[in-house]
Design a protein around this ligand. Structure first.
Ligand code: HEM
Ligand SMILES: [Ca+2]
Length: 724
């Protein structure tokens, strides 16, 4: 019998820290390996790169700064994020920077030193594991990218753009360009670096594309409760907290990975020969770049690098650095730059210089935002537009209330309020729908409903994103996207034919189509239609046509998002579904049959038809196959990962909006006003609309107690509480 409908008591303490403390291994005494040995190994590795010349992707980085013989990070704010290119078949993530590339270079060398040492230790008859022992060794300061001092002012009222100094004990925590953490020990084939690739029964794991085609193809089933804006808000939120750095050349270009090339940064996926949905022989895939796993640069397993601040702090709106935010500001009245909407007198996002979108011309432009993926699809662009308008609306109102405030003050206060609104919508409205109210309450994630401060801030909690969350659990949104999006006007009427999702991916034309209501009617459409159902199935456009490009010779190439997600998990050494399930406190399955406590029998059979052993199942398709938790959208394993992550993002954030009292806190009166805001209220504030459902993340149905009401009936924040 399915236990998914019951309430789980998930494990609450998941963080995994590599260490050899309990074994107290003295490697120096046992093996003669000391700091000098390690330093020499680093030097030797760098020399061999320099000798190899430009064919080594790291050569440039080291030769530029070869005075000190190691890659130098630019400690300054990194930005000038090069606008995203739709590089045919290459993952969208070229948001690297000199800083992230330097960390990649130094960490890659660290990995090669680790591999060298592990080899030396292997075969010797020690009673410890070679890789575990490495965690007791660290790279010396000159080879460690996280050794720069960061000075913090504990009384700053506003948080930094790069997330530094949020944690005053460890100013790096949650900052841009820092490593992911893990909820479980990695599952690399060699424990260090090689992607997870082997079945527990020997032989290879099933091909990711084969898994995708067999169990993840489009089934066009819709959710009965959730509205379609819910996943797009989720993607918008994802782009606040996570962007995995992908391996790049020193120029910043993503390493190109055509079929079967031997480049260690590549993991292209060979296609099964009978694949008739997409006639390609293989799909390009570039490995994520490497990072040391700790700030003191312990040797050991390959970690990945997060380019964004992990905090929910509006990185996707304001940019990941002061310099990027300056590019986005108009420096008048606290406003963000914008462009005129073509359908009403409201604002759209500013246009980007760069033409990386499809179908752009003199009139039709790409948009710019705080995050490089803003043009990925127009639903997402719509979320960016909503919050841009809300920021500017609040700044305008604040300037009326406090005419003495200058641009800087208006901008900073409006940003602080918008971050508060964002956090309130996430914790009060969005998350309870995704993981269910019970799980949210169990993890102390529900905002207080009386006029008090929250006192759960804990500087010892690591607010970084976990790899399991970023590569699997939080990609659950991919299955909620429908293949078509309707367009609605402000009177709740469908205005034109529905758009194919394919036609709004990296293609902004519809935002410039005045007859069809521009981007506004698209956002209103999302509020009025159901999301696709939570299951393992993704829309055909995402499975077979993502970033589709026709080459000169007529061949069509594209990306399969489901297969990419599975491959990304293996690239990161993410453990199997069964391992994480057990970690979360659900009983480990000894056989496929045992899975039936969380997965329906027909889906268990599908998994059994493609995987040889229950321990082989990848986390992503395993999690998506589960039956949703009571009152939520996702299954228990993803609910556990998401709840743990959002607990860490709340308790580990010194600027969490309910925290106080302190020099950076809202007054209780102000906090009270922020708590009146809802996603529907923000839509009403910024779109031409009179009626809306009270809970925007649910469909507007009276059977759900969520029939449309007048916007005026929704509580509104009173900004006079900010009068000085
Ligand atoms: C049309 C809609 C969407 C498209 C085309 C899309 C596409 C992509 C692509 C290409 C990647 C990178 C895959 C890789 O190379 O590993 C990605 C990553 C991701 N997506 Fe989506 N996505 C969409 C919607 C969503 C939604 C609705 C959510 C969540 C609710 C979401 C969450 C994520 C997350 C968390 C990642 C990992 C990001 C990182 O850490 O770098 N996506 N998506
Ligand atoms: Ca952030």
């Amino acid at each position: 019998r399915l236990i998914s409908k019951l309430n789980y008591s998930f494990n609450h303490n998941l963080d995994y820290t590599p260490n050899n403390q309990n074994k107290s291994i003295d490697l120096n005494k046992l093996t003669g390996i000391n700091n000098e040995t390690i330093k020499n190994l680093f030097e030797e590795t760098i020399n061999s790169i320099l000798n190899e010349g430009p064919s080594n992707r790291l050569w440039n980085l080291f030769s530029e700064s070869n005075k000190s013989r190691h890659a130098r990070q630019s400690n300054q704010n990194f930005v000038n994020v090069s606008p995203l290119k739709v590089q045919a078949l290459v993952q969208i993530a070229s948001q690297s920077s000199p800083e992230s590339r330097a960390i990649d270079a130094q960490s890659t060398i660290g990995l090669s030193v680790s591999a060298n040492l592990a080899k030396r230790l292997e075969g010797k008859n020690f009673d410890f594991n070679a890789v575990d022992a490495l965690a007791g060794l660290t790279a010396s300061n000159e080879f460690c990218p996280f050794k720069t001092n960061i000075n913090c002012n504990p009384n700053d009222r506003f948080q930094t753009f790069d997330g530094s100094c949020n944690n005053l004990q460890q100013p790096w925590l949650g900052k841009t360009n820092t490593p992911y953490k893990r909820y479980h020990k990695p599952a690399y084939d060699d424990k260090l670096n090689s992607p997870r690739s082997s079945s527990v029964l020997g032989g290879e794991l099933p091909n990711p594309r084969a898994i995708s085609r067999l169990i993840m193809s489009d089934n066009s089933e819709f959710d009965k409760v959730m509205s379609h804006i819910t996943p797009f808000f989720g993607q918008f939120l994802a782009h606040d907290i996570t962007s995995v750095a992908i391996s790049t050349e020193s120029s910043g270009k993503i390493v190109d990975c055509p079929c079967n090339n031997g480049n260690p940064s590549c993991m292209s996926i060979n296609f099964p020969s009978n694949d008739n949905a997409l006639r390609m022989s293989c799909m390009r895939f570039t490995r994520s770049s490497a990072a040391f796993s700790t700030f003191d640069c312990r040797l050991g397993h390959r970690e990945q690098l997060n380019l964004l601040t992990s905090f929910i702090d509006g990185t996707q709106i304001y940019g990941p650095s002061t310099s990027r935010s300056n590019e986005l500001r108009s420096f008048q009245g606290g406003q963000l730059r914008s462009s005129p909407s073509i359908v009403n007198n409201r604002q759209n996002l500013p246009h980007a210089q760069d033409g990386s979108c499809r179908g752009t011309n003199e009139q039709v432009k790409c948009f710019a935002g705080g995050e490089g993926r803003v043009n990925e699809n127009l639903g997402l662009t719509g979320m960016h537009t909503l919050f841009l308008r809300e920021h500017n609306r609040i700044a305008t109102e604040l300037s009326r209330i406090n005419p003495q405030w200058d641009d800087e003050r208006l901008f900073s206060e409006a940003r602080k309020i918008v971050i508060g609104i964002l956090q309130h919508i996430v914790y009060h409205e969005w998350l309870p729908i995704i993981i269910g109210w019970n799980t949210a309450a169990m993890f102390d994630l529900v905002p207080l409903n009386n006029k008090r401060y929250y006192n759960g801030y804990n500087p010892n909690i690591n607010p970084s994103l976990s790899g399991e969350f970023a590569t699997a659990a939080f990609r659950f949104g991919h299955t909620l996207i429908r293949s078509q999006i309707k367009k609605f006007d402000g009177n709740g009427r469908e205005t034109s034919d529905a758009l194919n999702i394919f036609d709004i991916i990296f293609r902004p034309a519809e935002a410039f189509n005045a007859t069809n209501g521009g981007i506004d009617s698209l956002v209103l459409g999302l509020l009025n239609e159901a999301a696709s159902k939570y299951d393992a199935n993704v829309a055909d456009a995402l499975q077979n046509r993502l970033f589709e490009v026709k080459l000169g010779d007529g061949t069509v190439i594209a990306v399969d998002l489901a297969a990419t997600n599975i491959n990304r998990g293996r690239d990161h050494g993410i453990p199997s579904y069964n391992t994480i399930r057990e970690k979360c406190g659900i009983k480990k399955a000894a056989s496929f049959q045992d899975l039936s406590d969380t997965i329906k029998p027909e889906k268990v059979s599908l998994l059994a038809s493609v995987y040889k052993h229950v321990d082989d199942i990848d986390l992503y398709p395993g999690g998506l196959s589960e039956t949703p938790v009571n009152g939520g959208v996702v299954g228990p394993t993803f609910a556990c990962l998401i709840a743990n992550q959002f607990r860490d993002l709340k308790k580990g954030d010194r600027f969490y909006y309910e925290n106080g009292p302190s020099s950076s806190a809202f007054t209780l009166d102000q906090l009270n006003e922020i708590k009146k805001v809802s996603i529907s209220r923000v839509v009403c504030n910024n779109f031409e609309i009179n009626m809306i459902q009270p809970n925007g993340f649910m469909q507007p149905l009276s059977s759900l107690n969520n029939a449309k009401i007048l916007c005026n009936w929704l509580p509104q924040m009173n900004l006079s509480k900010w009068k000085e």
